[in-house]
Design a protein around this ligand. Structure first.
Ligand code: LMR
Length: 394
């Protein structure tokens, strides 16, 4: 049986991680996988997480199962963090999942149960694992325009036209904030137009929000998700705690579903718990418990929010620094968009050959589509990247 297996296509983000690790150069720079790094290149455990872990070690008396949907207190805390009461809680179904990816996977499976023939519309471009999972599940996939590579900005006219034309009942996967891979985001007015188009077309929004707090702030980054939940009859939301709590390996995420009416909540919740049971049974608890403890305690919450804000401002500073360096070195405004983009990523808009040359000649690793992880930079490496880009794009 196992002899029937053939190699799977490589995930380009994970493949780059391997290539970076194998490179013996000491001055190599990793701008690949979306993991936050501080100025010393480490991915710190946040202070609030350390404190919560210490406390948990003291008070936790059992590791027995919690429940198929996870701890209801985690769902309540995440409902507050992401939705802040934007929609009445009696329409909310929620299950804890192994990370944001687990939530995406469960959402797609829920869609498949409810509406097996539906088409899932993805932004072009999007996180490569989105189309990969959709295809793996044998679902139909389509793309809406999103990015104007020429200007490093959202192709809003293209996006709006495509969303308006989506048939009722099809699912549209939207990035809640900090678009991955481009870093280009909608303005609040543009969000309103997209929501109006969805309301007219009857397409169903599915929001993937993995970077809340990394863009403009915790509430600002949840704005689009909250408007969607409050203004449209139904939606799905996959939220991740990997990045904003720095608990990548704990696999902490949640799938939330907003039903059109409270009477549909129980059957939705039941299907989501069923899916957890089929795929992995009980969801991981450790990370979810830490998140619940932090969000439910004023002091821990404020420690966490302060550190997250420092992280966010640090990335904004690096964006401005890189944009300034590139302006000086290229004598052009070509890369000014870097300062207006938000989140961990920006797509530079240079060719695959340029990406390759920057990797071989300068030891700087970015994804082949020229996506960089801003947090992989620091004050010393910004000029090194700017110099490489200026030389390559001369
Ligand atoms: C990324 O886009 O780099 C992150 O979301 C990490 C991943 O799993 O791909």
């Amino acid at each position: 049986m196992l002899s029937n297996l053939t190699a799977q296509p490589q995930d380009k983000i994970l493949a780059l991680m391997g290539a970076y690790r194998a490179d013996p150069r000491l001055d190599k720079i990793d701008l690949g996988v979306g993991v936050y790094k501080d100025a010393t290149g480490t991915t710190p455990i946040m202070r609030a997480i350390k404190s919560a872990e210490q406390l948990l070690w003291q008070v936790q008396e059992t590791k027995s199962y919690v429940g198929l949907a996870g701890d209801p207190a985690f769902s309540a805390a995440m409902y507050d963090l992401v939705l802040d009461g934007a929609v009445s809680a009696d329409r909310l179904s929620a299950v804890a999942t192994p990370g944001g990816t687990g939530a995406v996977r469960q959402a797609l499976e829920l869609i498949k149960i409810a509406s097996p023939k539906t088409t899932v519309w993805l932004s072009n471009p999007t996180w490569p694992n989105h189309p990969s999972i959709v295809k793996y599940l044998g679902m139909t996939l389509a793309e809406y325009r999103y990015f104007d590579a020429e200007n490093g900005a959202v192709d809003f006219d293209g996006m709006l036209a495509d969303i308006k034309a989506i048939p009722p009942g099809d699912v549209v996967l939207l990035h809640g904030c900090c678009h991955n891979p481009t870093g280009a985001n909608l303005t609040s007015e543009q969000e309103d137009q997209i929501i109006a188009a969805l309301a007219t077309s009857g397409a169903i929004p599915f929001v993937d929000i993995a970077y809340q707090g990394f863009g403009d702030g915790l509430d600002e980054d949840a704005r689009f998700t909250r408007k969607i939940a409050s203004q449209l009859p139904e939606c799905l939301i996959a939220a991740s705690c990997s990045k904003n709590f720095g608990i990548y390996r704990e696999r902490t995420g949640i799938l939330m579903a907003i039903s059109p009416s409270a009477s549909l909540q129980a059957v939705t919740q039941d299907n989501m718990a069923f899916l957890n049971r089929q795929n992995f049974s009980f969801p991981p608890d450790h990370g979810a418990r830490l998140v619940t403890m932090i969000l439910g305690d004023d002091s821990l919450r404020s420690t966490w929010a302060t550190e997250l804000e420092q992280t966010r401002l640090g990335m904004l500073g690096l964006r401005q620094h890189l944009s300034d360096e590139l302006r000086q070195r290229t004598h052009s405004d070509r890369f000014d968009f870097l300062a207006t983009h938000r989140g961990m990523f920006s797509r530079l808009g240079v060719s695959a050959e340029a990406v390759e040359t920057i990797r071989t000649d300068f030891g700087i690793y970015m994804i082949g589509d020229s996506r960089i992880n801003i947090a992989g930079l620091n004050a010393q490496t910004v000029p090194i990247l700017a110099n490489a880009l200026a030389q390559i794009t001369k």
